[in-house]
Ligand binder design. Structure first.
Ligand code: SF4
Length: 111
């Protein structure tokens, strides 16, 4: 798996990403059934509200070899403060409409 992670720019202010990296290293959360080696090819934020830049960022990831895109748990779960992104569905739809045939999409990273 060549993984690109998109995370919330608001959450980036106080999150090191350690929950995502730990889940990948231990194959927990969204990665628990992944048998292949997981290589991190990209780790970027959404570009900020309302998330219009996200599809452009994912396109660049795919150009560079990403085959799986995950929203970090801060996006749809609202981790760690329980505040999910109000634009998450729009962002996901944009990504899947544009690149859905080229990527596997994961809705979160860690529990
Ligand atoms: S669009 Fe969503 S994921 Fe991006 S900064 Fe705003 S709240 Fe966070």
């Amino acid at each position: 798996m060549k993984l690109g992670i998109i995370r919330c720019m608001q959450t980036e202010d106080y999150c090191s990403g350690s929950g995502c990296f730990k889940a990948i290293a231990k194959k927990e959360g969204a990665f628990e059934d992944i048998k292949d080696e997981i290589k991190i090819y990209g780790f970027a934020n959404c570009g900020g509200c309302p998330g219009k830049k996200v599809v452009l960022r994912v396109r660049e990831m795919v150009k560079r070899g990403v085959d799986t895109v995950a929203f970090a748990s801060c996006v749809q779960k609202g981790t760690p403060i329980g505040y999910p992104c109000p634009f998450a569905k729009r962002m996901k739809d944009l990504i899947l409409n544009d690149l859905g045939e080229e990527i596997t999409f994961l809705d979160y990273t860690h529990y």
